[in-house]
Design a protein around this ligand. Sequence first.
Ligand code: GMT
Length: 376
Amino acid sequence: MKIGITCFPTYGGSGVVATELGKELAARGHEVHFISYALPFRLDGFHQNIVFHEVELPDYPLFEDSLYSLSLTSKMVDVVLYDELDILHVHYAIPHASSAYNAKLILNEQGRDIKIITTLHGTDITLIGLDPTLLPLVRFSIDKSDGVTAVSRFLREKTLTNLGLDREVEVIPNFVNVDQWRPQDATRLREQFAPNGEKVLVHASNFRPVKRVVDVVRVFAQVREKVPAKLVMVGDGPDRAEAERLCRELEIVADVRFLGKQDALPEILSASDLFLMPSQSESFGLSALEAMACGVPVLSSSVGGLPEVNVHGTTGYISEFGDIDRMARYAIELLTEPKRYARFSAAARDRAVKNFSADDVVPQYERYYAKILAGG
Ligand code: GMT
């Protein structure tokens, strides 16, 4: 099959999922064409069967705002025609679904049919997609997609209710390559993080307000009073400065390391004991799944699709969003009971392998492509 994939190329779960899907599809013999304004950051190295098409923007003084969504449409038309794509699969509805629908209209005029699949990831439905400046277009372009998938049952329900849609939305969960994301020997890194054998708590995100990184610091501060522990913060974003300020205020700077953006996440996770995800909104929680695949239990909030990933009392614990005391209690419980911890760690890895491995989930996309191409 020849598949065009459009996603945001920068840091962010939807771009990660799209890129990993493209790599997995290419490894299965499909021809994959990425169409975006920059090379997706996880598309490192050379990959057989993968081509990247950069969307160039017109440079004209009259256009004060970016015309990206229009240039994207034009590039989609070109790639569909000249690389003879079978399907266009866009990740994150805004603006990709409407760009793809415009491309479909243009191609139809030329007697060329192209099927469009839109995968919904989260805030395209739960937040920015509801903004009155975008809502009519988001609703229309999702409705006009030949196929629509959502990364969790929660997001499927939100799509239908928030947008008032009555259409089929297939749930295909996010996935991990469980050979790459697995417990590794990270003894040396652990010694660096925790030279005196302290427990290591870890958080990884884009530090946007929705991730509640300040809650991460507050939970850690409580845990540290009962258990010798260190906190490792991976990623960067608008709330990093506030989290750093809070560490200074709480006088825990010596026990917290802000690493910024990092590539070696499987190793960092393998050197950690507990992953914290106290988010305010999360349609799935891909980084929680990555932690689980590395055998790291997750302490998360109960919002959105998180309970579909993290099973309370088995792979970690779930608390009401904002309930810092409860999260800290759960963390202390797990970190001080070695037998229970070992059970949770094994169950986290087991759940990732059995429910969310690329080998199981990618064929779900392949079957869905086939169904849509057959007019289903
Ligand atoms: O929707 C967003 O905020 C952006 C998106 C992204 O690109 O990071 O994140 C969403 O998609 C991820 C991949 O499917 C999910 O794991 C995240 O839970 C989801 N974020 C939110 O729902 C806030």
